[in-house]
Design a protein around this ligand. Structure first.
Ligand SMILES: Nc1ncnc2c1ncn2[C@@H]1O[C@H](COP(=O)(O)OP(=O)(O)OP(=O)(O)O)[C@@H](O)[C@H]1O
Ligand SMILES: [Mg+2]
Length: 254
């Protein structure tokens, strides 16, 4: 669904932001993109969204061959993606409900569709009780969940998040990734850029590392299956020696 074939990106100032990047991301994957500041992570996302064009190579997203895409076709590509921004980019004088509804209205959705869909999406991100609040009245994590609701409301096949947790504290970051993981379980492909290695370690998703414009590692971390002995331990332990299973089902690494 997302394919980079020998992609190079050199900006006008001569900076080589990406060098010979070839990568395949299948429908339904969750991919973390990590790397130092200036490594080329945002450039990678911008090429996917057709905000930038490659200097060489080919990018294919959702069957759109981006080098062949005409200007008037760009909105059709972008409608297949929902974008979550680091700095939320909410409209402060609109309610939470209207921030999300607005994203639907601009694509021409009917009032009936908006009235049905917005409450559902707000429920999905746990903000059903905040529909009438304004963004400045919310915590950072809540504001980012509005950002996520807005990205999801048009039912995109890909969610693109460039450091969505960059402006919120660690517990709230965990919540946001947990939410993205749940959305991914329902079938949406998720690409998330992050600096936070601890966060990456807590979730067993594919990790692509970019260093100085090159992909230097690409690892898939298998979901840990519980072993028989751990099941038995859960079943018979009355000693309190074994730590209780986490209700959210994620394995932490120490
Ligand atoms: N529009 C631009 N014009 C010129 N150079 C740019 C442009 N955008 C990015 N660059 C340069 O390209 C390189 C990669 O930038 P990019 O924004 O992709 O990095 P990043 O990995 O997202 O970094 P960060 O973690 O700081 O967001 C950097 O050296 C940056 O200065
Ligand atoms: Mg960046």
């Amino acid at each position: 669904m997302i394919e980079f074939k020998g992609v190079h990106k050199t900006y006008n100032n001569g900076i080589k932001a990406l060098k010979d990047v070839s990568i395949n991301i299948e429908k339904g994957e969750f991919v973390f993109i990590i790397g130092a500041s200036g490594a080329g992570k945002s450039t990678f996302l911008k090429l996917m969204m057709r905000e930038e064009v490659p200097s060489a190579g080919e990018v294919i997203v959702n069957d759109f061959r981006l080098s062949k895409l005409k200007r008037r076709e760009i909105p059709y590509l972008r409608r297949t993606m929902g974008v979550v921004f680091q700095d939320f980019r909410l409209i402060n004088n609109m309610t939470v409900y209207d921030n999300v509804a607005f994203a639907m209205r601009v694509t021409g959705s009917s009032n009936t569709a908006v009235r049905k869909r917005v409450p559902y999406i707000l429920g999905l991100v746990g903000l059903q009780n905040k529909a009438r609040s304004y963004p400045p009245e919310l915590s950072g994590g809540e504001q980012q969940r509005v950002g996520l609701a807005r990205a999801l409301v048009n039912n995109p096949s890909i969610i693109i998040a460039d450091e969505p947790t960059g402006n919120i504290d660690p517990e709230l970051s965990y919540e946001i990734v947990e939410l993205l993981t749940e959305i991914n379980r329902r079938g949406t492909t998720v690409l998330m850029v992050t600096h936070e290695r601890d966060l990456v370690r807590m979730f067993h998703h594919r990790v692509i590392e970019i260093r100085e414009g090159c992909v230097v590692s690409d690892r898939r971390v298998e979901e840990k299956k519980p072993t028989l002995s751990s099941f038995e331990a859960d079943a018979v332990d009355t000693t309190g020696i074994f730590p209780p299973s986490r209700k959210d089902g994620f394995d932490y690494e120490s």
